[in-house]
Design a protein. Structure first.
Length: 114
């Protein structure tokens, strides 16, 4: 039980800075704080909902001691499956939100400053 818990904790810590950079990269400087705050709120709400869902999914399977530890296995498998699904879905995201999409190899129209 300690191994997967440490792996999830270290992974979450290593992901925090790149995630914040990604979230705030396409946002105006004046709105960067709001975007980061929204990201943190979403992470907290997602964590709370995820914990509630995992608790409900594994409820009633254990008692105390080793029986309780045995219920953590399915919870970690559900977490792993969810992470793999999200990683697969993330490949469908656009590479950059601020870059205009080129059609048929044409360059985007140039906008001259007035």
């Amino acid at each position: 039980m300690l191994g997967p818990a440490v792996l999830v904790s270290v992974g979450g810590g290593l992901l925090n800075t790149p995630l914040t950079t990604t979230v705030t990269s396409g946002v105006a400087a004046a709105d960067a704080g709001a975007a980061a705050g929204l990201m943190n709120t979403a992470k907290q709400a997602g964590g709370a909902l995820g914990l509630a869902a995992l608790t409900a999914a594994t409820a009633g399977r254990g008692g105390t001691g080793p029986a309780l530890a045995a219920t953590c296995g399915p919870a970690f498998l559900i977490m792993s499956g969810t992470l793999v699904a999200v990683a697969a879905l993330s490949s469908a995201l656009p590479a950059r939100r601020d870059a205009p999409a080129a059609r048929d190899g044409a360059l985007p129209a140039r906008r001259d400053a007035a």
